[in-house]
Design a binder for this molecule. Structure first.
Ligand code: ZN
Length: 213
């Protein structure tokens, strides 16, 4: 089997995506690039009963290299992102509810917290609606991508990406937390205190005292 350990990582990421409330059942998908190969979750299979054999290996044109399942129906969109963002190796697509809610009422999530600087890596744009299971999702993601590690897809969900699965998952999880905070603040009807550019830049400096050595 190609990339057994990496397949396990993809499956564990998909299960964590569900654990953190970013998807339900078989919603969304997880992809990981390893050189010229991309491991993707299969179409419409619940993550809790999925096995590493169900993960599909494709090339960057979408030809199946190994696997008995149909790959995610968003494969074209994911490959568009990987083929246009060479620094990205991992893509996570979710239908996380707070981000979708925000997309109905706003065209971006401003930098409202230190978490957004540290984990999401900036303010997050909302890309206009495109139909699901279509390359347009990928085209809009690339077009709207800024410094942050995610783009919200209006009336649909999000694309989060990064150098590895952990970075992409963290961005998606903390984007959801940030959207929840922002929506709570918006619901008060009072003025929202976003971070200034200076405050965000000051936060974005490593201080050498976070995490384990
Ligand atoms: Zn979707």
């Amino acid at each position: 089997m190609l990339f057994a350990e990496k397949r396990k990582e993809v499956l564990e990421t998909a299960r964590r995506m569900e654990k953190y409330g970013l998807v339900r059942m078989s919603g969304g998908n997880v992809s990981l690039r390893i050189g010229e190969t991309v491991l993707v979750t299969p179409s419409a299979m619940p993550y809790d009963t999925m096995d590493i054999d169900d993960i599909v290996a494709v090339d960057l044109q979408g030809n199946i290299l190994e696997g008995n399942r149909r790959p995610t129906s968003d494969l074209k969109a994911i490959l568009y992102i990987l083929n246009h963002m060479p620094e990205v190796n991992a893509v996570i697509h979710t239908h996380q509810p707070k981000a979708v809610a925000l997309s109905l009422v706003a065209d971006r999530l401003p930098i409202i917290s230190t978490t957004m600087v540290d984990e999401v890596k900036g303010e997050v744009p909302v890309a206009p609606f495109t139909i699901s299971s279509d390359e347009g999702m990928g085209i809009k993601t690339v077009e709207y991508a800024e410094k942050a590690l995610c783009v919200i897809l209006k009336n649909h969900g999000i694309m989060a990406y990064g150098k590895d699965l952990e970075q992409a998952l963290c961005a998606a999880v903390y984007l959801e937390e940030s959207c929840a905070v922002y929506l709570d603040a918006l619901a008060t009807g009072k003025e929202i205190a976003v971070l200034s550019r200076e405050q965000a830049e000051a936060e974005d400096v490593p201080r050498g005292n976070y995490g384990q050595q």
